[in-house]
Design a protein around this ligand. Structure first.
Ligand code: ATP
Ligand code: MG
Length: 812
């Protein structure tokens, strides 16, 4: 921030207008020159003695009358008002100085200051307490307006102007209102709402309404970066802090209240408890928001140990701990993917108040078209699997051959900046293809079924491919983002906002669903792959066909990632091939295709990543290419035994989802999260569109499989009476101590029966999955067992069993 072209008088007049004292301004100009931002910063950093009135916000709220500050053009009045809550206001002033639009700065400051004052004043007024007869139990689901809650009455009327000014949004959705009502009533709140529904606004609005700081705990740097950039564009100052932040000026500034919204990863917030307590006293913290809160739960798909320590927020920011607080600082926890078990865990782990309001909306996204396609998901299948994609994204570039693709330019940089490989439109072998040094976590293959599925392992060669992105990558690389100290200054929001009024979708009568029709509109795609290596291989493959594609994984140079992120948002890059590092929270409205190439880690992760599609409400495709012939078996190393066990269970849920050909995919997904699907079908997914699969009577196969499993167990079990009782097998070892695995079982079946002599093991594998889904057998989840079978044998039920076969090539 260098000196401006303003004269001494101009600086003086403007700063007097803003409410600073004459002597402080003169002293500031002498020290730092004729730059208003620098002078403001100087005055603020010089402390309370240099021009800032230090009246506490409590005192000011009891003496100020809001009407006073509405007096038009009342300079003296304004100055008095401004100085009496300077700590709130002046950080806003500083933030607004970072704007490029200097000409409108002062006007903005005046607006903001007055609005802030009114809001602080009214918000700090003691709000009517909850009526005694209203008990809101933890876990209570609020689906309608919270008529029973007495809340700050007029925030809703004030919020309209702010929404329009900052976001170009006309009105809040009803779940957003409910979440904000809870906050306004100083309640903790758990918001469970679909991906892309607008959860961020629930925690951004309190900062705008009060002028106090909102602290947002967020798990991924890419997500914090995304949100900070967007906020800056919308005229809201924000920063992110992380453990690797080399420049602590941002942190210091943040702790002085200079940003409206502070994004911070859980690891860092735990370190900042004391400075945040000081911030709460000096400036005020409106809210702690814990975004992607499913990371709290070890039952969730993305457990982060530091998230589970966030109960310190409740302990350290309550009235019992901080005497200056009138109310506990509310917690707002938000996620789009939490099963019931995870929801309970969240409330408990964060020690959320007994009166926590749970705001729940449907997880269903009616514009997402889910499909599953069988594929070997290796290089040999690229041509077949990406043929369509290349047709869509390759053609435009081909018609403009002179234009060098952005990725090629980008990858040159990658190559030169890091000495690492590049992805280009030619056939050069990228060093990434041969150099796996980024897969240095000792990844290993683990066989989930442990039942004869050893063909999943590549014999004699332990692959060193990392299956998942290292959990820590994302946090450790905070500083690598090289974003100007992680601070994002407010810019002027566009003047000609096209105001969007996207309220909740109109309520359809039950069962009647408005079905979107194809073809898809234009828009980019994200391909999620399980390994870092595959991001590079596939991006390179697509580039060869003129697709503007780029790889994204946490091990790539951060300058490359930053550019990919930026160009993806600018629509220069059309296909990003990514690991989970580009997953949660990424908000780009027109993403038309989400492709999973290989099994995701869990259905939660799948739904979360699929949720990047169609955030503009228009039709979008979510296609899972997976090898349906093999149980997914890749798991990362460096996990506790417990986590590994959990991961197996989640992988098998994914497999079941892929194998399913009888139930609407959207229904399967939302029911997985415990929601009752209000429509019979989505009418979009492959299962709904392709119709019910051909059925085949598999009674004989089912019976012989169950009998053989049972007979293989060491127990006093007799085949003739077997189906009268439930039989529980505790051990995964056969009668003679041999390991019980599907291959052995199938071997025995073939020996026993001529009829099944030539059957493929894939048939038995598929059948065992169906029997498992029906509850007849259960795959072992204990390392010491190969198969832990529970046979709940009711012969009649077995006879009813039909085997679904039409669209499963391996069963043909
Ligand atoms: N009331 C509203 N009216 C119109 N658009 C809105 C409204 N609220 C939010 N949006 C828009 O919805 C988009 C998605 O919002 P956001 O990123 O907060 O979703 P999310 O619920 O956090 O999703 P995810 O779970 O994927 O993180 C944003 O671009 C935002 O501008
Ligand atoms: Mg979000």
């Amino acid at each position: 921030m260098g000196a401006s072209n303003l004269s001494f008088d101009q600086v003086l007049v403007e700063m007097l207008e803003m409410g600073f004292e004459y002597s402080s301004i003169v002293e500031g100009i002498k020290t730092v020159g004729l730059s208003i931002p620098n002078v403001v910063e100087h005055i603020l950093t010089a402390g309370s003695g240099s021009g800032r009135a230090t009246t506490s916000s409590k005192a000011s709220t009891t003496t100020m009358q809001p009407s006073k500050f509405r007096a038009p053009h009342g300079k003296a009045l304004k100055r008095k008002a401004l100085s009496s809550t300077s700590q709130v206001r002046q950080s806003s002033i500083l933030d607004h100085f970072h704007s490029n639009d200097k000409s409108t700065v002062c006007n903005k400051i005046r607006d903001v200051a007055i609005v802030d004052l009114e809001m602080v004043n009214e918000h700090d007024k003691p709000i009517s307490k909850m009526p005694d007869d209203v008990t809101v139990m933890p876990g209570q689901i609020v689906t309608g307006p919270m008529e029973n809650l007495v809340v700050m009455s007029d925030w809703e009327t004030r919020v309209g102007g702010l929404l329009q000014k900052h976001f170009g949004i006309l009105c809040l959705k009803s779940f957003q209102k409910e979440a904000l009502n809870a906050w306004a009533a100083h309640k903790d709140c758990l918001v469970l709402a679909a991906t892309g529904s607008g959860k961020s606004l629930c925690f951004q609005v309190p900062a705008l309404l009060t002028g106090k700081v909102v602290v947002v705990i967020s798990p991924l740097i890419s997500l914090m970066h995304d949100q900070c950039l967007k906020l800056a564009r919308h005229g809201v100052s924000a920063c992110f802090l992380g453990s690797g932040q080399p420049d602590n000026t941002v942190e210091k500034k943040a702790m002085r209240g200079m940003y409206s919204i502070i994004y911070v990863c859980p690891e860092t917030v735990l370190r900042l408890i004391q400075p945040l307590q000081k911030l709460a006293e000096s400036h005020g913290i409106a809210l702690f928001a814990i975004d992607e809160v499913h990371c709290v739960s070890k039952w969730g798909h993305d457990f982060r140990p530091d998230y589970s320590r966030l109960s310190v927020l409740r302990e350290n920011f309550s009235t019992s701990k901080l005497k200056f607080l009138e109310f506990d600082i509310p917690l707002m926890a938000l996620t789009a993917t939490a099963t019931h078990r995870v929801q309970e865990d969240i409330l408990k782990s964060l020690r959320m108040s007994k009166e926590t309001i749970v705001v729940l909306t449907s997880f269903f996204r009616s514009n997402l078209r889910f499909m599953v396609k069988h594929s070997g998901t290796s290089q040999a299948f690229y041509e077949k699997d990406f043929h369509e994609l290349i047709k869509v994204y390759g053609s435009k570039l081909n018609s403009n051959k002179n234009k060098k693709s952005s990725i090629s330019k980008d990858s040159d940089d990658v190559s030169s900046s890091s000495g690492a490989g590049r992805i280009s439109n030619n056939d050069d072998v990228s060093p990434y293809d041969v150099d796996d040094n980024h897969d240095d976590y000792g990844g290993r293959y683990v066989n989930v079924m442990r039942s004869g599925n050893t063909d999943n392992l590549v014999k004699g060669k332990e692959l060193s491919v990392e299956f998942l992105e290292n959990d820590n990558d994302d946090c450790q690389s905070v500083d690598d983002w090289d974003v100007t100290c992680g601070e994002f200054c407010a810019q002027s929001p566009p003047k000609d906002w096209e105001l969007s009024e996207i309220d909740d979708p109109p309520k359809e009568p039950e069962g009647s669903l408005k079905v979107l029709k194809g073809p898809l509109e234009q828009g980019p795609a994200i391909i999620y792959v399980p390994t870092r290596k595959e991001t590079l291989k596939i991006a390179k493959y697509l580039c060869k066909f003129g697709v503007k594609a780029a790889a994204y994984n946490a091990a790539l140079p951060k300058s490359h990632l930053r550019r990919v992120h930026k160009e993806f948002h600018e629509n220069t890059i059309e296909v990003v091939v990514a690991t989970i590092a580009f997953g949660m929270g990424i908000d780009k409205p027109n993403v038309r295709r989400i492709i999973h190439y290989g099994w995701p880690q869990s259905l939660e992760a799948y739904y979360q990543e699929a949720g990047r599609a169609g955030r503009d409400g228009k039709l979008a495709d979510c296609i899972l290419f997976a090898n349906l012939a093999r149980v997914p078996s890749l798991l990362p190393s460096r996990r506790s035994e417990y986590q590994t066990k959990q991961a197996y269970i989640m992988l098998s849920d994914c497999f079941r989802y892929g194998m399913n050909t009888s139930c609407c995919r959207a229904k399967t997904l939302v029911e997985y999260f415990g929601e009752e699907f209000s429509h019979r079908k989505c009418l979009l997914c492959d299962v709904c569109v392709d119709g019910p699969p051909q059925r085949q009577n598999m009674k004989d196969e089912a019976c012989i499989l169950l009998q053989t499993i049972a007979a293989s167990h060491a127990c006093s079990y007799s085949m003739d009476v077997a189906y009268d009782d439930d039989i529980h097998f505790e051990y995964g070892y056969g009668r003679h101590g041999e390991r019980l695995c599907l291959k052995n079982i199938v071997g025995k079946i073939r020996e026993q029966s001529q009829k099944f002599l030539n059957t493929d093991i894939l048939l038995w594998r598929g059948l065992s999955r169906i029997l498992e889904a029906k509850g007849y057998i259960r795959e072992g989840d204990d390392k010491s067992c190969y198969m832990h079978a529970v046979i709940s044998c009711d012969c009649k039920l077995v006879i009813q069993l039909w085997f679904l076969s039409r669209r499963r090539p391996m069963f043909r």
